[in-house]
Design a protein around this ligand. Structure first.
Ligand SMILES: O=P(O)(O)O[C@@H]1C[C@H](O)[C@@H](CO)O1
Length: 324
């Protein structure tokens, strides 16, 4: 395997010629989907070392762009985008609305790395693999994670285009016995039994709420509980009723396993959902969630959300009590 060579970028900063894979896709005989054979500290260090050699930017904040929110990465200055398929050990994005590149650059002058496209359980990847880029971010030096998603609004006060700052989550997949931290634990990442009661940084959340107000979103900003279902199908009416009873305010198909992995390795986390559809727990409702509408809502909110994330990143870089 060769990770050297001259790097050629196109006009958008996408690296064109840098392949770093064995002919067998770096599997080297191990079962990528097994919980016991999940990527080790050393495997992920290989990935982060590869990226460090390729890119001189040392990111402090990691950003995960949800469905239709990839334009958050377009706002970066001096960006360098590396397609996932060229990064050793990285899965590939298979979903529309998730471009599939790791984008390094500066936001408000702060070095950041963005996942332009994430990995979902319904794509066929185990949860630990969906969340592996979070550990790579940690190894790159990231201290704060901003993770975003498109979600259905369960709370009857939420409208399409609203933003829900995640104050807590219900790990439905985890409660039923599937968790990204399953399998051998490596203490170099974090403890075997990490607490999750304060997963979402309260101060960052409060500040984000203020920024949303400054951007004219006072009526559109909420804080609530996110829950992640496996997908890819949207929920039945009976399932929506159950989620309402459980106390979830928004439902999506991601984020929770990323947050668990991030907190395990001690990253400070802010997460928000863009409410892309209203979940009507009513058999007579004609509103059926669909991907096209979800992506359209992302487009509708792209400019203001870029400003929102810029403000948050700047705050993270300047706020002393948030420094780790
Ligand atoms: O990556 P996110 O959580 O934003 O994606 C949501 C869930 C599904 O992938 C998709 C459904 O339309 O949007």
């Amino acid at each position: 395997m060769s990770c050297n060579g001259k790097v050629v970028m196109d006009g958008n900063g996408v690296i064109k010629n840098h392949k770093c894979r064995d002919s067998d896709g770096l599997k080297n005989g191990f079962d990528e989907n097994s919980l016991i054979d999940k990527y080790t500290f050393e495997t992920l260090t290989e990935t982060s070392d590869y990226l460090k050699k390729l890119v001189s930017i040392e990111p402090k904040v990691g950003i995960i762009c949800g469905s239709g929110l990839g334009t958050l990465a377009d706002a970066l200055d001096d960006k360098i985008a590396i397609p996932y398929e060229d990064i050793p050990n990285f899965p590939k994005s298979t979903v529309k609305g998730h471009a599939g590149a790791l984008v390094f650059g500066y936001l408000s002058g702060v070095p950041v790395v963005c996942m332009k496209g994430r990995f979902h359980y319904y794509e066929g990847y185990p949860l630990w693999k969906c969340a592996m880029p979070v550990r790579v971010m940690k190894l790159l030096g990231v201290t704060h994670l901003i993770t975003t998603n498109a979600a259905g609004g369960l709370n009857s006060n939420y409208r399409v285009g609203d933003i829900m700052l995640v104050k807590d989550h219900i790990n439905l997949i985890g409660l039923s016995g599937n968790n990204p931290l399953q399998g051998p634990n490596d203490e170099r990442f974090g403890p075997r039994f990490p607490p999750m009661a304060k997963a979402y940084d309260k101060k960052l959340l409060e500040q984000a709420k203020e920024f949303a107000k400054e951007l004219g979103l006072a009526k559109n900003i909420h804080e609530g509980v996110y829950t992640c279902v496996g997908g890819p199908n949207f929920e039945t009416v009976a399932e929506l009723r159950m989620l309402n009873i459980l106390g979830a305010d928004a439902v999506g198909m991601s984020t929770v396993h990323e947050v668990i992995t991030a907190r395990h390795c001690d990253l400070t986390v802010l997460a928000f959902s863009l409410i892309t559809n209203e979940c009507k727990a009513d058999y007579n409702s004609m509103d059926l969630a669909n991907l096209e509408e979800i992506l359209d809502v992302g487009k509708m909110r792209q400019t203001v959300l870029q400003k929102f994330v810029q403000k948050i990143v700047k705050y993270i870089s300047t706020s002393e009590d948030l420094q780790q």
